[in-house]
Design a protein around this ligand. Structure first.
Ligand code: KG4
Ligand code: ZN
Length: 337
């Protein structure tokens, strides 16, 4: 069978990325240009600034990716691009680049949901085994998805308010850690002790999550201690915070696996890089004989390799977009034939 090469393009937030993936699982070359240093000063991503930097960098990133792979665009089987969810101005840059390349080179244009990219990042580790439960935890999302086959997404739970990564970043901010503070909180959590008492939100039988109460509890605790002139034991607070997050996430994930009688778990999204969450999920899955996969850390945060990997399956399923493709700031993960 002829090899299929997909060029993936990702610009949904603050990473400008292009990647070439062979047959949906073999990464040939990837370029990720992060804008983190630019947005750090503002404590979060500024949409206007993000899109301007995507415009500045997108051509260079795609060219560098092709050069790294030693391939010509004409050797591609299709162009896969993230069209949502994300920042409209940022998405638009990737979409226009993808449309132009597809049109000029007579290649199929494949629309990819960013969330499916986080799921399919796992195909770069090993082939997905169905049925499975996917846990997607990122700066913008916290979702549990049941899949009985490729591209059959059934959302069974999600956050009712903040996403888990957003919560990590806000908690980090109140402790003066620069954006995005998730990795530092994760590291501190391993160096500190669980000495602060924090609420365990939405501790119920649903598959939904809630993080805003936990975030507020940490922020209030820090403000109160500051007012009293007490010093915050930051590493201990990070540990207590992460323990609550880990408990909430693992409890609902394990319940979903049990209720749906599924023995495969895949995890994706930036927060899947958290050692605290990984270690606990691995321990519980080992106990229950559940197979699991986590993307390599570089494929957890936003990148185009995951978009190309997901785009490969969309390509096989015949999913195509025309030049009317528009960015969608909120986009559900729907099953498509
Ligand atoms: O998937 P991603 O790159 O962007 C979105 O699609 O949202 O995720 C970024 C999020 C940020 O909130 C960041 O703080 C968090 O992932 N993150 C982590 C870790 N590494 C990245 N959170 C906890 N522990 C980590 N090691
Ligand atoms: Zn993401």
């Amino acid at each position: 069978m002829k090899d299929i090469y997909i060029l993936g393009i990702e610009t949904s937030c603050d990473e400008t990325s292009a990647s070439i993936v062979k047959n949906g699982c073999e990464e040939i070359a990837t370029v990720v240009l992060s804008q983190i240093d630019i947005h750090k000063d503002f404590g979060g991503v500024v949409p206007e600034i993000a899109s301007r930097h995507h415009v500045k960098n997108i051509t260079m990133v795609i060219e560098e990716c092709l050069e790294k792979a030693g391939m010509d665009i004409k050797e591609m089987s299709g162009i896969a691009v993230t069209y949502g969810p994300g920042l409209v101005g940022s998405l638009l840059v990737g979409i226009e680049a993808a449309k132009t390349l597809a049109f000029v080179n007579h290649l199929p244009l494949i629309p990819v949901n960013h969330m499916s990219g986080h799921i399919y990042a796992n195909e770069l580790v090993k082939p997905l085994a169905f049925p499975l439960i996917a846990l997607v935890i990122s700066g913008g999302h916290t979702e549990l998805i049941y899949m009985k086959d490729h591209y059959q997404f059934q959302k069974i739970g999600g956050t009712l308010d903040d996403a888990v990564g957003e919560c990590y970043d806000k908690v980090a901010r109140v402790m003066d850690v620069p954006y995005p503070g998730g990795p530092t909180i994760d590291q501190w959590a391993h160096e500190g002790e669980d000495t602060y008492s924090l609420p365990l939100p939405l501790n119920d039988q649903s598959y939904d999550f809630s993080f805003s109460g936990l975030k507020s509890a940490v922020i209030n605790l820090v403000h109160n201690e500051n007012q009293r002139g007490n010093e915050i034991r930051k590493k201990d607070l990070a540990c207590s915070f992460q323990n609550v997050v880990v408990e909430m996430i693992t409890k609902k994930t394990m319940k979903a696996l049990k209720d749906y009688q599924v023995s495969n778990l895949i995890v994706g999204g930036g927060v899947a890089a958290s050692k605290g969450i990984r270690d606990k999920l691995m321990e519980l899955c080992d106990k229950e004989s559940i197979t699991y996969s986590f993307p390599e850390r570089k494929y957890c945060t936003d990148n185009a390799a995951m978009i190309a990997a997901s785009g490969y399956h969309a390509y096989l399923l015949g999913q195509r977009a025309d030049l009317h493709l528009n960015p969608q700031s909120s986009l559900e993960l729907n099953s498509r034939k």
